[in-house]
Design a protein around this ligand. Structure first.
Ligand code: FUB
Ligand code: ZN
Length: 656
C-alpha cells in the first residue's frame, strides 16, 4: 500500500539531522580516505586491516579508473552500499542536489566496476577473478550483492535513478541464473545472509517473482547440505579469504540444520537476524505458515532467552555469536550495533506477519538503547560492541576484553556498524507505523504524520508527542475513506497504567495482542493516549547468573546506566536500596538534553586496613551516597568512564 510518513519530532530530528549533515559527509570522507582520523582495530587481532578504508578506491581500481590493489576486508564494498542507502533515505526527508550528484557519481562508479555478465565485487574483480563463487563460506560476494540491491532500491525510490536500478537488475539476474537447483547452477549459499533481503526488496519494487524465488531458494537451501562450504574450500584449495573463519562451527553460518528445522538463535548474531528478516518477509508475502512458524520460534528464543535488556544480542566475541540460553554476561558480551539494527529489521517484518506488539516493543528497546549507543552524540564516533558493564582499565589490560571499547573509535577496520546505524536512523519513518491490509499499527511514539491514499482509503494520522520526555501522545486522525479505520496503538510493555480518550470521551483500553484497537469512523477525530513513564526497576530471570541481586533502571524505553563521572569509580560498590525513590529530572544542558535519574544509595567501604585479598571476616561498612544515572545510549560521551547498567541492590529505602 502506498503511504508516506514525515517525522516532526525533536528527539529524532536531531538524530536525522546528524545523519544528514554529519554522518553522511563524514563517512563519505572516510570511504575516500580523506578524513584525518585514526581507524581502530575492532579487537586485538593483528590480521585486522585498519590502515585506511580504501572502499571507494577499490571501486575505482575495479572500474579501471585507477591502478592498484584491493585493500580491506573482502566485504569492504558493503560500506559504500550502506552509505549510498543511507544517503538515499536522507534525500527523502531533506533534498540535497549536491548529495544527489555525489550519489549519482557513486552509482556510475559501481556500474563501471560491474563485469559484463553482471558480476559485481571489487575484491574478486581486482585480485582473484578466478576464485569467483569458489569459497562462498568466506567470500561475502552475495552479502555485498544483497547490500547493493538494498541500496539500489532505496536510491531508485529516492532519486528516480534508472542507472542504479539497471545495475541492480543486471546483478540480480546474474545471481538468479548462477544459483539454484538447475543444471550448471551452483547449489549453495553465502556464508553471510543478506542477499535474501536484497532480492526480496528488488522483488517488492519490480514485482518480478524470479527475485523472490531465488531468495526463497537461498533461504531453504541453507543447512540442507552442511558439507557445502567445506567441499568448496577443499576444491578451491587456495588461501583462506578470512583467516580462521573455516574453523567456526556450522552453527556460525546457521548451516547446522535446514533453516525450517531451526528453532533457536544460533551462531553469528547479525547473520541470524538477517536470515530471519528475509524469512519473515517471505512468510508475510506468501502467507506460508511453516516459514512464519520458524520465524516465531527463532524470535521466541532470542527474546525470551538470549537478548539483553538493552536489545543487544550476541553474548560472545567468539564468532560474534549467540551462546546458550540465559548466558548474558554484561562485560564480555558482543551486542554488536549491526545485530540490533538487524533485530529491528526482523521485528518490522514480523509485524507484517502478525499484529503483535511484542515485535514493536523489541524494536523500540533495541532502537533507543543499543542502536543509539552505537554512535556518539557528535555523530562521528562509533561503537561496534555495546557492553552493559565496562571498566576502562580492564578493557585495556585484559586480552579477553579487547573488543569492549570504552571510547567510541572514529572508525573501525571492520566498518559495518556506522553506515548500518546511519541507514536505520535515516529510514526511521518506515518503522513508526505498520500498514497492513486492514489495519494500521502505531508501533513507535514519534511525532509524525502518515498520509495514505490507496485502495479506496484516504487517511491522515498526525501523531503529536514529547515522548520519551512525556508519556502523553495525541493522534489527530482524518479518515476520508468510507470505511471504518482499524487503528491499533501499541500499549508499551513497560507501561503499567495507561488511559485513553477518543474525541475527549474517556475510552476503555481493550488490548488486542498488545495494541489498543480503535475503530475510527469517517471524519476527523482526536485520540489521546497516556502511558505512565515513571522510572522502574527491572529484574532478570534468575537463570541469568550475572544479574542475581541486581536491578536495572528504565524510564519508558530508555534503559539507564551509572557512569563513574557522576558516581565515582568502582561502580560495583554502589548499592541501590530496594525501595529508594527514583527521581527523574530533565537536564536540557546535559548530553544534548537527557532525563537523569537520581536515588539515595549506598557505597561499600572496606573497613579492613590489612589490604589482604582474602579475609576471615567481612569487614565492610557502607556510606550514604547519591546515585545518578543517565540513559544508556548517552554513555561514553564525557570522556573515558566506567559504566554499569545492572546495579547491586540492597535492602531499605536509602534514606539518610
Ligand atoms: O561479515 C560482515 C560483517 O562484519 C558482519 O555483519 C559483522 O558482524 C562483521 O563481522
Ligand atoms: Zn557491525
Amino acid at each position: 500500500m502506498n503511504y508516506e510518513v514525515t517525522i516532526s519530532d525533536d528527539f529524532w530530528n536531531r538524530y536525522r539531522g546528524l545523519v544528514k549533515h554529519r554522518m553522511i559527509p563524514y563517512q563519505w570522507d572516510v570511504l575516500n580516505d580523506a578524513a584525518d582520523i585514526t581507524i581502530e582495530k575492532e579487537r586485538d587481532d593483528a590480521s585486522i586491516p585498519n590502515e585506511k578504508s580504501h572502499a571507494i578506491e577499490n571501486f575505482k581500481i575495479a572500474a579501471k579508473r585507477a591502478q592498484g590493489e584491493h585493500y580491506g576486508w573482502v566485504f569492504q564494498d558493503s560500506d559504500v552500499y550502506k552509505w549510498l542507502e543511507a544517503a538515499a533515505y536522507t534525500l527523502c526527508y531533506e533534498w540535497d542536489a549536491k548529495l544527489k550528484e555525489t550519489a549519482d557519481e557513486v552509482v556510475d562508479l559501481i556500474s563501471a566496476a560491474q563485469e559484463e555478465d553482471g558480476y559485481l565485487n571489487t575484491y574478486f574483480s581486482i585480485m582473484e577473478p578466478g576464485r569467483r563463487y569458489k569459497r562462498l563460506g568466506e567470500s561475502h560476494e552475495l552479502y555485498c550483492a544483497g547490500h547493493f540491491l538494498e541500496a539500489a532500491v532505496a536510491y531508485h525510490q529516492a532519486a528516480g535513478s534508472d542507472k542504479v536500478l539497471e545495475t541492480a537488475v543486471k546483478l540480480a539476474d546474474h545471481i538468479c541464473s548462477t544459483f539454484g537447483e538447475g543444471n550448471g547452477q551452483i547449489r549453495g549459499v553465502d556464508g553471510h545472509e543478506e542477499i535474501e533481503i536484497g532480492l526480496m526488496r528488488l522483488y517488492h519494487l519490480t514485482g518480478n517473482e524470479k527475485y523472490m524465488d531465488t531468495a526463497s531458494f537461498f533461504l531453504r537451501e541453507r543447512g540442507k547440505d552442511p558439507g557445502f562450504f567445506m567441499r568448496q574450500n577443499r576444491e578451491d584449495g587456495g588461501r583462506p579469504l578470512i583467516a580462521g573463519l573455516d574453523r567456526f562451527p556450522l552453527k556460525y553460518y546457521q548451516m547446522h540444520r535446514p533453516v525450517l528445522e531451526q528453532d533457536t538463535a544460533e551462531g553469528h548474531a547479525v547473520r541470524l537476524v538477517y536470515l530471519s528478516t528475509a524469512l519473515a518477509d517471505l512468510a508475510a508475502e506468501t502467507g506460508n505458515e511453516e516459514l512464519a512458524g520458524t520465524c516465531r520460534k527463532i524470535w521466541r528464543n532470542i527474546v525470551d532467552k538470549r537478548m539483553y535488556i538493552t536489545g543487544g544480542i550476541g553474548s560472545t566475541v567468539h564468532g560474534e555469536s549467540f551462546t546458550l540460553d540465559h548466558d548474558l554476561p554484561n562485560d564480555t558480551m558482543y551486542c554488536e550495533t549491526c545485530a540490533s539494527v538487524g533485530l529491528i529489521f526482523f521485528a518490522r517484518q514480523m509485524l507484517m506477519i502478525e499484529a503483535s506488539s511484542e515485535y514493536a516493543d523489541v524494536m523500540e528497546r533495541a532502537l533507543y538503547n543499543t542502536v543509539l549507543a552505537g554512535a556518539a552524540l557528535d555523530g562521528r564516533h562509533f561503537f561496534y560492541v555495546n557492553p552493559l558493564e565496562a571498566v576502562p582499565d580492564k578493557s585495556a589490560k585484559d586480552p579477553g576484553k579487547s573488543h569492549v571499547k570504552t571510547v567510541r573509535p572514529q572508525w573501525l577496520g571492520c566498518a559495518c556498524c556506522p553506515p548500518n546505524l546511519a541507514r536505520l536512523i535515516a529510514s526511521l519513518d518506515k518503522y513508526i507505523y505498520t500498514v497492513r491490509k486492514d489495519e494500521i499499527l502505531v508501533n513507535l511514539f514519534i511525532g509524525s504524520e502518515l498520509k495514505l491514499r490507496d485502495a479506496g482509503k484516504d487517511i491522515v494520522i498526525r501523531q503529536e508527542c514529547r515522548y520519551p520526555r512525556s508519556g502523553t501522545i495525541l493522534f489527530y486522525v482524518t479518515n476520508k475513506g468510507g470505511d471504518v479505520l482499524d487503528l491499533k496503538i501499541r500499549i508499551a510493555s513497560w507501561s503499567t497504567v495507561h488511559t485513553g480518550a477518543v474525541d475527549n470521551v474517556e475510552a476503555e483500553i481493550c488490548a488486542q495482542k498488545g495494541y489498543w484497537k480503535i475503530g475510527v469512523p469517517a471524519g476527523e477525530h482526536t485520540i489521546a493516549f497516556n502511558m505512565d513513564i515513571d522510572p522502574k526497576r527491572w529484574y532478570s530471570d534468575p537463570r541469568v547468573s550475572e544479574n542475581i541481586g541486581k536491578a536495572a533502571i528504565a524510564r519508558g524505553p530508555f534503559v539507564y546506566c551509572a557512569e563513574s563521572i557522576d558516581n565515582g569509580k568502582d561502580l560495583h560498590c554502589l548499592l541501590l536500596p530496594k525501595n529508594a525513590e527514583l527521581d527523574h529530572e530533565w537536564r536540557e544542558e546535559l548530553l544534548e538534553g537527557v532525563g537523569i535519574i537520581k536515588a539515595r544509595g549506598k557505597r561499600l567501604i572496606d573497613a579492613d586496613s590489612s589490604g589482604a585479598l582474602y579475609r576471615g571476616s567481612k569487614d565492610l561498612r557502607t556510606e550514604e551516597c547519591e546515585i545518578t544515572m543517565i540513559p544508556y545510549y548517552a554513555w561514553a560521551n564525557r570522556g573515558e568512564n566506567e559504566m554499569r547498567v545492572w546495579l547491586n541492590e540492597t535492602e531499605g529505602e536509602g534514606k539518610p
